[in-house]
Design a protein around this ligand. Sequence first.
Ligand code: NAP
Ligand code: HSE
Length: 437
Amino acid sequence: MSNATNGAPPIGVGLLGMGNVGGGVAQILLSRVEEYARTVGRPLQIRRILVRDPDKARAVAVDPALLTKNPDDVFDDAGIHVIIEVIGGEEPAHAYLRRALESGRYVVTANKEVMAKFGPELLAVARARGVDILYEASVGGGIPLIAPLKRDLLANEITSIRAIINGTTNYILTRMAREGADYAVALKAAQDLGYAEPDPTNDVEGIDAAYKLAIMASLAFRTQVRPGDVFHEGITRLTARDFRYAAELGYAIKLLAIGRREDHAVQARVHPALVPLDAPLAKVDGVFNAVQVDGDLTGMVFFQGRGAGSMPTTSAVVGDLLNVAHGIAQGAPERFVWREDPAGAVLPMAEVRTRYYLRLRVADRAGVLAAITGVLGETYGISIASIIQKEMHEHDQTAELVIMTHEAREADMRAAIDRVASLEAVAGIGNFLRVEG
Ligand code: NAP
Ligand code: HSE
């Protein structure tokens, strides 16, 4: 027990899950007892740890009597004031979080899926019970993002968020850019190193990033952005050729999560995008994450760091715990008050306006360019910024074109691409990507 707090009663902690993150949390709470007791004003005491298999060998040594597979051992312990959920996935994590709040406990979670899908509902339960749910670790691992959006940037009208918020895909894209590797080769390298899961779908299809964007955009724009509202497109269609052409044009390719305030709605989208090579986001490589927030008072603010990993994520979880425990020790924990903007609809992707990169193969003969620019310009009103003929394929007398457009509406661009693809002189659409910044 702590010497730092003159016999003050401990604040009891229940830990749900003791894997990568939970193991880090247990290790740090058990090794920094005195420091944290001084910070909080009362000692912290882990009283129970819920796991699937209490008999499993664990990297972090804890008293075996703390481990249980019966959730009631945590929820029925009146000495537990704060419950930390680091199980992950939707269920039973969601049910446990709800039960914890309904029982009047403060809650800390690292669970992006549950917070993206059920965050507003859980915050409402917390409010009704006079407690709170903190979720700094759910986005960007060790990078402080939720607290700045909730608190430090509150005076601003946030105009946009642009983020590299998935380390696995940023690692894959970095390998593709540096080595000229194709997607499948870079994915295999990421899997061999343990960055990508054996089933990488959530990461490579932009689903994980969409969860994180839904959480950030809801806070930044004070509206409820649900995961289903977020357009997401993954990285699987990218080729080494797209990286080569993008670099020649002065761009990197990144999987971006973009939230933007419009007049009466917000944009929320995740997709690969061309980013100018001199932009800060273009220089964020490997497994690192970065979030660029633009506020009307602050201007651009840039957060960068490790978006995953046991200790960076533990930093965020334990930071939330210390804040809430300090509040409990003082008798007045700070609580976040959700204030929704009444004009908070999410703009359908079809209505989003952005610039485009279009790569296509065409017959190398007179009149073809005119036919394509006719469809884009005359039929759909899409203004072309540049056209470059990249490569000639002697065997079938086709050439590769890269077209960069000015800003256009997504629905128009998609319709124009369909029409262009149907032209007799067009051998195929290689790829089309959005351009950001
Ligand atoms: P993990 O290594 O898979 O650990 C999950 C833990 O939960 C294990 O201890 C497991 O028990 C326990 N568990 C799983 N299902 C359970 C159930 N039905 N009942 C009771 N216990 C159960 O996961 P993690 O990587 O630590 O991730 C935890 C959370 O942190 C997730 O929400 C994740 O998205 C988030 N997060 C993780 C990272 C990261 O770098 N890992 C970064 C940011 C956020 P056993 O040990 O007995 O199997
Ligand atoms: N799969 C996630 C990533 C882990 O690659 O960033 C952190 O949420």
